[in-house]
Ligand binder design. Structure first.
Ligand SMILES: [Zn+2]
Length: 196
């Protein structure tokens, strides 16, 4: 099922192409000081995916070229959820599969996705306790959720964005979901696009 998606090199290349677009837009804006942004990618060793293209050895990032500034500017990403080791799509999906009327057991998810139980528990805390407090979610929920409604994260987002077709084929829906989440770990006021 979903494990197949996460072994699909086309899926990972698709997400990388979105990250390239996000990075291009960031670079065009230049540094706040007026300096130009130079490539200064972070090395990464992401987990949770199979057949990962070599572009997954790094996260796209920039550094200002002006002496005295040298500020680092990291664009939003649909591949990486901040500093989490596991790929963002995996962190969303596995956490969501613990939720809902027929949650999957931790042992089963651990076996299917190769994630240890403690990590799955940390993701629960991340989604249920950390994310609702972020500036990102405070802005984002107003775009998605009627004021009175309580939501369970991330299941709510998965249902909201991925409802419909076969989630293993439906790359555009993953794009919308992961683009929506991409400002989550960027500092400053989030600008949130709800596409489609
Ligand atoms: Zn600068």
């Amino acid at each position: 099922m979903y494990q197949d998606l996460f072994r699909n090199a086309s899926f990972w290349l698709f997400l990388f192409s979105i990250d390239e677009d996000l990075a291009r837009r960031t670079r065009e804006k230049a540094c706040a000081c007026g300096g130009r942004l130079h490539c200064a990618n972070y090395p990464r060793k992401p987990r949770g995916g199979g057949n990962l293209p070599e572009q997954y050895d790094y996260r796209l990032s920039f550094c200002c070229d002006r002496d005295g500034c040298r500020k680092r500017v990291t664009p939003p990403s649909v591949r990486f959820l901040g500093r989490k080791v596991y790929l963002g799509a995996v962190v969303v999906l596995v956490a969501a599969m613990r939720q809902g009327p027929s949650p999957r057991r931790v042992a089963e998810l651990s076996r299917l996705f190769g994630v240890d139980r403690r990590t799955i528990e940390r993701w629960r805390v991340f989604w249920e306790e950390h994310v609702p407090q972020t500036p990102f979610w405070k802005v984002a929920r107003g775009r998605l959720v009627p004021a009175v409604e309580t939501v369970v994260l991330p299941l709510f987002l998965l249902n909201r964005f991925l409802s419909g077709g076969d989630p293993r084929q439906d790359f555009p829906s993953w794009k919308r979901l992961l683009c929506f989440l991409s400002p989550i770990t960027i500092t400053g006021t989030p600008s949130i696009e709800v596409l489609g």
